[in-house]
Design a protein around this ligand. Structure first.
Ligand SMILES: Nc1nc2c(ncn2[C@@H]2O[C@H](COP(=O)(O)OP(=O)(O)O)[C@@H](O)[C@H]2O)c(=O)[nH]1
Ligand SMILES: [Mg+2]
Length: 444
């Protein structure tokens, strides 16, 4: 659903990455592209305006985070604002203190109410709950049959009566059944309409009175774009929704509904439907959708790891050392440890955008073994040798290689490369440390 948007956003990020430093003008350029991409994806214009204003404000005043280049900083901000627009954290179902908890499904005809009711029951059953489905859509006999069939296919209990019984009575009776079978959740499928009308709302109000629900979930078809947003606003005005379910997220719509509906209506998205099968249903996680939209799950994980693992203060000290060329093997060893905390080197390298080609050359699965070897070599050195590697002469080399269980060739190669790396660093490979470290590993 978000391919087009993802494509457009990635172009913007590529443009940013091509710049070493970001001037305000570059940020403006980039945000203009982001705005266009969003509008093209049918995102509500108010959402777009608010979103870009927030990103701009933060991008201009951004604290430069060690380990991230300017483009990555912007990606980080865009990601965070996207998550906020989508609702921040996960919004879970609210349950009753005394079971059963009751959920009323509402929505227009064809939005996916009946299917979603079954999906939700299936989901709850697989989380160890005992759901009861209630066929309260008595306007079309086919709707009752549809739910009964879905229940049979998936071994989910369904409470149904003849279509001549009022939905209010069906609901009253269903609560008795729920008690009989000790159901923990009651999921009520109600009648939809082609449009919102007084009659439907009056019926909903009655059903609501009988059921005293914990949740009123509006099911909306994500394929209908901004129309879905309007439907959500109207329903919310009339019945006070507690959550939204977006269906047909597997379709090829542009994604505008998903990106606008929470912001515009203020109602949290609780689940998404991704297909016709009962299992094609997931709790909604704003952060996961955001990274899917950005098409950069891996980069975001990388950014997270850098944030978690790089000690800001130490990174600064190290940078100073690198600049003054006093970077020694002791520092190298510490840096090695820092990187290893972040996970297997191969994986880390592959997370970096644009490095994939390079990584095929560097990463052959042996980096862990090489890093261990290097650690062993450095550990076999005396403090003086670590601080001033230039004193390591022939006899010292023999002792170190024997002590570390490596060959003289390994040791010589490592020392040469360390010297080269130091030269490179001094030559002002500016950038941030992890990148420099990677450079240093090339060919090791
Ligand atoms: N592709 C896809 N189809 C869905 C999804 N949810 C529902 N549908 C289909 O949408 C149609 C209408 O669904 P239904 O549950 O009968 O809608 P209702 O009128 O609101 O009860 C059916 O053909 C469903 O199979 C979804 O997440 N993805
Ligand atoms: Mg239905």
């Amino acid at each position: 659903m978000f391919e087009l948007l993802t494509d457009r956003l990635n172009k913007v990020f590529k443009f940013l990455s091509s710049k070493g430093r970001l001037e305000e003008k570059d940020i403006d350029d980039a945000l203009r592209q982001v705005r266009l991409a969003f509008l093209e994806a049918d995102v509500n214009f108010k959402v777009v305006k608010d979103f870009t204003a927030k990103v701009k404000e933060r991008a201009v005043g951004a604290n430069i985070l060690e380990g991230l280049n300017p483009a990555q900083q912007i990606i980080k901000i865009v990601n965070e604002e996207l998550i906020a627009t989508l609702g921040g954290g996960q919004s879970k179902l609210v349950s009753a203190t005394h079971p059963p908890s009751v959920i009323i499904m509402v929505g227009l005809q064809g939005s996916g109410k009946t299917t979603t009711a079954a999906k939700l029951a299936y989901h709850l059953k697989h989380s160890g709950q005992r759901p009861l489905l209630v066929a309260a859509d008595n306007h079309r006999p086919a709707a009752i049959e549809q739910l009964v069939t879905l229940g049979q296919q998936n071994e989910l209990p369904v409470y149904a009566e003849s279509p001549s019984v009022t939905s209010k009575d069906i609901c009253t009776h269903s609560l008795e059944r729920a008690r009989e079978i000790a159901a923990t959740w009651v999921i009520v499928d109600t009648a939809g309409r082609l449009q919102i009308d007084e009659y439907m709302m009056a019926e909903l109000a009655e059903v609501k009175k009988v059921l005293n629900p914990n949740e009123i979930l509006l099911v909306v078809d994500a394929m209908t774009g901004q129309e879905a947003v309007n439907v959500a606003l109207e329903f919310h005005n009339k019945v006070n929704l507690t959550g939204l379910v977006l269906t047909k997220m597997d379709g090829d719509a542009r994604g505008g509904a998903a990106l606008s509906i929470r912001w515009v209506s203020g109602v949290p998205i609780k689940f998404i439907g991704m297909g016709e099968k009962v299992s094609a249903f997931e709790p909604f996680y704003p952060d996961r959708l955001a990274s899917r939209i950005l098409g950069m799950g891996d980069v975001l994980t990388f950014i997270e790891k850098v944030e978690k693992n790089i000690d800001q203060q130490r990174a600064k000290e190290l940078e100073k050392k690198v600049r003054s060329a006093s970077f020694n093997l002791e520092d190298f060893m510490n840096q090695l440890k820092e990187i290893r905390k972040m996970g297997p080197l191969g994986q880390l390298i592959e997370m970096l955008p644009g490095v994939s080609k390079l990584s095929r050359k560097i990463v052959d699965g042996n980096e862990e073994a090489r890093m261990k070897k290097i650690e062993a070599i450095i550990q076999s050195m005396t403090p003086a040798e670590r601080q001033r590697p230039e004193i390591i002469n022939g006899s010292r080399r023999r002792r170190i290689s024997q002590g570390s269980g490596t060959t003289l060739q390994d040791l010589n190669q490592f020392l040469n490369q360390f010297q080269q790396m130091k030269k490179l660093m001094k030559a002002g490979m500016s950038g941030k440390l992890p990148k420099n470290m990677m450079q240093g590993f090339k060919g090791l």
